[in-house]
Ligand binder design. Structure first.
Ligand code: B1M
Length: 210
């Protein structure tokens, strides 16, 4: 099937159509990661560009995001089944002050696809929530997502909070999100920066097994 159709319906915010097309692609045997990347993520990328250029506005972005989530929910168990089983526990959240969760949810799905156990802390997560969860739940890895240049700094607060709590040597910290860079990761003393959900999942498995 032509996965571009999924991208187009997502851009139009047609959640039911997206769900039906995703189901059709699954039934036709298209691999889940391909449906995700070439259909859903491709469509969301177009919406992202248009939002940036003021060609679409918040309501359109929200209906597209809803369509994305409906399609992604069908893929979730399949992505998990495609993944290689690994052991590890991770907590993930979007940092304090930041409400963007589409990318974070994708990263979460890909982590679960690799067989990692993931505690989703949601959005607007305070540094102490990351740290308390990692300590109490024995997570090997904290994953922080940020989409705003104004909230990236909260990632440094998570690193500092881990030091203050005395658990920095017991937990790895991975950072990501559109404005985040390798240089920023180094600057704040986090352990890894990854640019996309698939790489995040691969690196997470490595970090959890260390
Ligand atoms: Co917002 N927004 N937004 N927004 N929004 C951006 C990020 C922006 C770039 C748009 C723009 O103006 N050009 C801009 C930020 C500018 C900046 O800081 N430089 C922006 C702004 C300004 C805002 C508001 C301030 C707007 C306002 O109210 N005036 C406001 C802030 C609210 C807040 O957070 N406090 C706001 C609100 C919103 C909506 C609510 C409307 C909605 C969010 C809905 C939701 O998430 N539930 C929204 C959206 C959707 C976007 C855009 C259009 C799309 C973001 C997205 O979901 N992309 C975005 C423009 C853009 O990106 N072009 C924009 C798709 C997603 C799959 O990509 O999240 O990058 P992304 O995730 C990728 C990678 O980055 C990576 O993997 C993912 C997939 O491969 N990744 C990680 C992400 N996290 C990772 C963690 C990792 C590793 C990889 O390890 C831990």
């Amino acid at each position: 099937m032509d996965l571009h159709q999924i991208s187009l319906k997502l851009q139009a915010g047609k959640a039911k159509d997206v769900k039906a097309l995703v189901q059709q692609a699954i039934d036709e045997g298209v691999p889940a990661h391909e449906i995700l990347e070439k259909g859903l993520v491709a469509g969301m990328n177009v919406i992202g560009e248009k939002f940036k250029n003021n060609e679409v506005f918040v309501p359109e972005v929200l209906v597209a995001a809803r369509a994305m989530n409906m399609g992604a929910s069908l893929l979730k168990p399949l992505l998990a089944a495609e993944g290689v089983k690994a052991t590890g526990k991770v907590c993930i959240g979007t940092v304090k002050g930041d409400l963007h969760d589409i990318g974070k949810n994708l990263v979460k799905m890909m982590l679960e696809g690799k067989g990692l156990e993931v505690i989703d802390l949601g959005t607007d997560v305070a540094p102490e929530t990351f740290i308390n969860t990692a300590r109490d739940e024995h997570c090997q890895l904290i994953c922080c997502s940020a989409l705003l240049t104004t909230t990236m700094g909260a990632m440094a607060d998570v690193v500092e909070a881990a030091k203050d709590a005395g658990i920095r040597d017991q937990v790895k910290i991975m950072v990501g999100g559109a404005p985040v860079t390798e240089a920023f990761c180094k600057q704040i003393g986090a352990d890894a920066y990854t640019p996309d959900a698939a790489t995040a999942a691969e690196v997470a498995v490595q970090l959890c097994s260390k």
